[in-house]
Design a protein around this ligand. Sequence first.
Ligand code: AMP
Length: 287
Amino acid sequence: MRIIEKISEMQQQSNLWRQQGKTIALVPTMGYFHEGHLALMRHARKLGDILGVSLFVNPTQFGPGEDYERYPRDEERDIQLAKSVGVDFLFMPQVSEMYPEGYQTYVEVTEITKALCGLSRPGHFRGVTTVVAKLFNIIKPHIAVFGEKDFQQLVVIRRMVKDLNMDVTIVGHPTVREQDGLAMSSRNTYLDPEQRRQALALSKALREAQSLVSKGERDAKVITMRARDILEQDGKVRIDYVEVCDPQTFQRVATIERPTLLAVAAYVGKARLIDNMVLQPAQSELG
Ligand code: AMP
């Protein structure tokens, strides 16, 4: 596995692979790999001749007071894990390489970033779209794989690629969970054992919501209230948002008549966790 730190070296190498007719598949990450990341890599492995992973904790997507400085990092472990799933190259640039002095260009998706995490974390998606656009220009992947765990991010990236006519195919991958339901996340490492237990409320709320919908409940208010009840059960989870919304526009939905997104963000201790599920009304009622 090749480790590439310089943008110029990455671009030259990608140009060469492209000239040789190779298909490049990319998994962008912020590192501290878990099974979710590895699942995306294994999937991307099948989609391209060359499998690349970028590892960059992107400062522009963290707001003031967020966890940029203490975001978990372990490059040595990540290198070993990437090797173990057959990654061909790991692109890990320095912050000064990506954002040198004088840097002043940003990519912004304007509307669908006004809801959910975009509302709670102003500037977050601007940082995400900017860094992903840069990574696409540097690595020139044919395919890039993103997790549905960050559902809004996936939709925002698809929008950017469409609007800016980027020649990259975006592939989504289902959320990978721990056995007990907790969505895997690098931020789970912030949780102590008690908080780890409390964090189960997120996936539990989503499952309960789907169960209500499967039994015929269609009122988004009822679903939201039940999800909130579960999250607030032991008084230790602080809700950021619980929203039932359209999975493309993120506009609130009052009645669940088609696949509808239930998105949750909540603090457990210092960790801000997110999770989501696309609620499916019963097949028979879809006609
Ligand atoms: P991150 O390093 O957290 O920025 O994540 C890098 C990529 O992995 C993103 O596309 C995430 O959506 C995806 N990802 C993170 N956690 C999971 C998970 N539990 N299941 C599936 N994909 C995930």
